[in-house]
Write a new protein. Structure first.
Length: 132
């Protein structure tokens, strides 16, 4: 399909890297160094510097991360927004698990989840706001 962006499949471990990049590059468009990424991830994940670097390289090869090599120190930035990646992941999930039916997903969530009255009202407001 013309004009449609290629979907990048991101593994669970790669999501950890992307979250750090989205947070770290939100106010700082210059990108993050490997050291900055390692500092955020090494302790909570137990991953080594080499593992984190491998995941970043894999993301770059998939087209999810830019690598700026012009400054002498490599800087990494996400190519896609968090919103775009979440949308692709949700679309893939709906297609695989719910036979491409957003209705079946929503019905399952509403039936099986414990929602507060406030959350129920917010969902109703969102549904009421959908234009036919």
């Amino acid at each position: 399909m013309r004009g449609r962006r290629k979907t990048v499949k991101i593994s669970e471990a790669e999501w950890s890297i992307m979250k750090v990049l989205w947070d770290g590059c939100e106010d700082n468009e210059r990108g993050m160094t490997l050291g900055e990424i390692v500092q955020k991830l090494a302790e909570p994940t137990g991953w080594s510097n080499t593992t984190i670097r491998t995941l970043i390289i894999r993301l770059a090869e998939k087209g999810a991360v830019n690598i700026d090599k012009t400054t002498g120190v490599y800087k990494y930035t996400p190519k896609s927004s968090k919103t775009e990646c979440i949308k692709c992941e949700v679309d893939s999930f709906i297609e695989r698990v719910f036979d491409n039916s957003a209705y079946n997903l929503m019905a399952s969530l509403v039936r099986d989840c414990k929602l507060t009255e406030k959350q129920k009202k917010e969902i109703k407001d969102i549904l009421d706001g959908i234009k036919d």
